[in-house]
Write a protein that binds this ligand. Structure first.
Ligand code: ATP
Length: 240
């Protein structure tokens, strides 16, 4: 088995004195879509923030391509190839769609490559090209989410971290966004770590999944096995 692209070992994260992650483990292999499921407050966003370097762990390890990454500053982690599309979108409302996308490429200097990534983001989300000169603040919620994902892709990441891409979106838009994530994964082999409350949609998209409860990983399996698991069904898929 080759080295996982991302590996977390016994990770602890605290907010002040309160521990939010109690020693979690997670493995993501090259080319996989892995999802983390869990209720509100389980620690999913905290996990992603620790991976992208926005939070400093109080213990444990984060390894990227076999090397320690938890000691690398956040902006250097983008250069390593870790890009996050944060929860709540956080696009720059007073900049245009195109300017927002270009900001995602701030660590790159390969002009031709950047132009190629931009063309690719537009192909993936045609509405962004249509609205490229429009201020991002005037986009709908779904369009802002597409922009946030497009911006993360502009960094040409090796691993894309997605925090709740379906949050607050109508089902049709959720479908479009998940379809785009699948397309990126299938055509480029991009590895994706997806945090979602929409467990059904996430498990349909993902290859494997983890279930998180109050700061601990309690289950880990293939997406297929998790969908069939009665505990997962009653707790996260609305029972059956
Ligand atoms: P959600 O879907 O609501 O974002 P989550 O699974 O992503 O849930 P986290 O946001 O990671 O959960 O939160 C994990 C725990 O850490 C919760 O108990 C939460 O209250 C706490 N927490 C999160 N952010 C902070 C913060 N900035 N300061 C203090 N505690 C926090």
């Amino acid at each position: 088995m080759s080295t996982p692209i991302l590996e977390i070992r016994d990770l602890h994260v605290k907010y002040g004195n309160v521990e939010a992650l109690h020693g979690i483990g997670l493995t993501v292999n090259q080319g996989e879509i892995v999802t983390i499921l869990g209720a509100n407050g389980a620690g999913k966003s905290t996990t992603l923030r620790a991976i992208s370097g926005l939070l400093k762990p109080s213990g444990g390890e984060i390894r990227f391509e076999g090397k320690p990454a938890h000691t690398v500053p956040a902006h250097e982690r983008v250069k390593l190839g870790i890009a996050q599309s944060p929860e709540g979108r956080r696009v720059f409302g007073t900049l245009t769609v195109r300017e927002n996308l270009m900001l995602g490429a701030f660590t790159r200097s390969d002009k031709a490559g950047i132009a190629e990534s931009l063309a690719w983001a537009y192909r993936l989300f045609p509405v962004l090209e249509k609205r490229r000169d429009q201020l991002a603040g005037t986009l709908s919620g779904g369009e802002q989410q597409m922009l946030a994902i497009g911006r993360a892709l502009m960094a040409k990441p090796r691993v894309l971290l997605l925090d709740e891409p379906s949050l607050g979106l109508a089902p049709l838009l959720v479908k479009a966004i998940f379809q785009a994530i699948r397309e990126v994964n299938q055509t480029t082999g991009l590895t994706v770590l997806l945090v979602e409350q929409n467990a059904r949609a996430a498990l349909k998209l993902a290859h494997r999944g983890y279930v998180m409860e109050v700061g601990r990983m309690v289950l880990e399996d293939t997406a297929e096995a998790l969908i069939a698991d009665p505990k997962v069904q009653s707790a996260y898929l609305g029972g059956r």
